[in-house]
Design a protein around this ligand. Structure first.
Ligand code: F6P
Length: 328
């Protein structure tokens, strides 16, 4: 296959960081070196592109980053990149370095930026799904999702110990913005009494009834997992409502928050990030532009970014069925 005439690639991470971003950067940079390309780090995402915070990367820059959480390129959410002037500045800076293609690692907002930039300025870009939320189509999992679920489960296990000692009812809020993937995964993995996610409304009465039945069955402890942004409200709000129906319960609320974004990436995330980092470079060299590289059934798949960011990745109904069976 004839390789495209790309000599300098810029790599950036943008939006909320996720464990495995460093592994993806490292893989992309190593692959770039393998194909004799010059690789550039664009610091603080699109904001750094606008501010010209761009540096040529050397192999020392990517030593010992694979195993570290966060992103050494740093990340940001850039309001300026949403403006035409901001994007023009960013383009001028890229050209001043002679950068002719981009690898953008981030969630839907970051990939939307790459798509827009390609449409306006013709800068070839391959996106990589870097978000703990797992809310992108075109990949079985996003980079960081597995680690975030593991972190959530480990935290919930600890909460379980104290919940059982005190016969308490806990509401644990997990991240995921408008997506319930972490909640359903961590909920099944931690034997949750119920899982509340944004995609599905559960009436408070239904939840209360479920908890009553479990109390009668003398369950040792009850943990309800609530995804932030859930239709019925956050964990604190739901706990408040449930308290009115079950006043005899000692109820506590824990919000796991940004804890879920940090930590060393899991083995799955390291593999995913490494495969996708290499695929991003190879995709660009093969002329696959304006696409996101993802992994489906362990095979690399390039999906048009426009398609990957549409809001249609649904939680698996079967996961819900399993969670229901296991919580009764
Ligand atoms: O998109 C990743 C994510 O962690 C979401 O789950 C969460 O809603 C959001 O980012 C939090 O963003 P920030 O770190 O800007 O508060």
């Amino acid at each position: 296959m004839e390789l495209k005439n790309i000599k300098k690639i810029g790599v950036l991470t943008s939006g909320g960081d996720s464990p495995g971003m460093n592994a993806a950067i490292r893989a992309a940079v190593r692959a770039g070196f393998y194909y004799n390309l010059e690789m550039y780090g664009i610091y603080r995402g699109y904001e750094g592109m606008i501010q010209n915070d761009i540096k040529k990367l050397h192999s020392g820059d990517i030593a010992h980053v694979l195993e570290r959480g966060g992103t050494f390129l740093k990340s940001a959410r850039s309001a300026d990149f949403r403006t035409t002037e901001g994007r023009q500045k960013a383009y001028n800076n890229l050209k001043s370095h002679g950068i002719d293609a981009l690898i953008v690692i981030g969630g839907d907002g970051s990939l939307t930026g790459a798509h827009l930039f390609y449409k306006e300025f013709g800068i070839p870009a391959v996106g990589l799904p870097g978000t703990i939320d797992n809310d992108l189509s075109g990949t079985d999992a996003t980079i960081g999702f597995d680690t975030a679920c593991n972190t959530a489960i480990q935290a919930i296990d600890k909460i379980r110990d104290t919940a059982t000692s005190h016969d308490r009812l806990f509401f644990v809020e997990v991240m995921g913005r408008d997506a319930g993937f972490i909640a359903i995964n961590a909920g099944i993995g931690s034997a949750a009494a119920a899982i509340l996610i944004p995609e599905k409304k559960m009436a408070i009465e239904e939840l209360v009834e479920k908890l009553r039945i479990r109390t009668k069955a003398k369950k040792a402890s009850n943990i309800v997992i609530v995804a932030e942004g859930g239709k019925s409200g956050g964990a604190a709000e739901i706990a408040e409502k449930v308290k009115k129906h079950l006043p005899y319960y000692d109820i506590k609320v824990t919000i796991l928050g940004h804890l879920q974004r940090g930590g060393a990436p899991s083995s799955y995330d390291r593999l995913l990030a490494s495969k996708l980092g290499v695929s991003a470079v190879e995709g660009l060299l093969q002329g696959k532009y304006d696409v996101m590289a993802g992994l489906i059934n362990h095979k690399v798949v390039y999906t048009p970014i426009k398609r990957a960011i549409v809001d249609d990745k649904e939680v698996d109904e079967d996961d819900f069925r399993v969670a229901k069976i296991l919580s009764t």
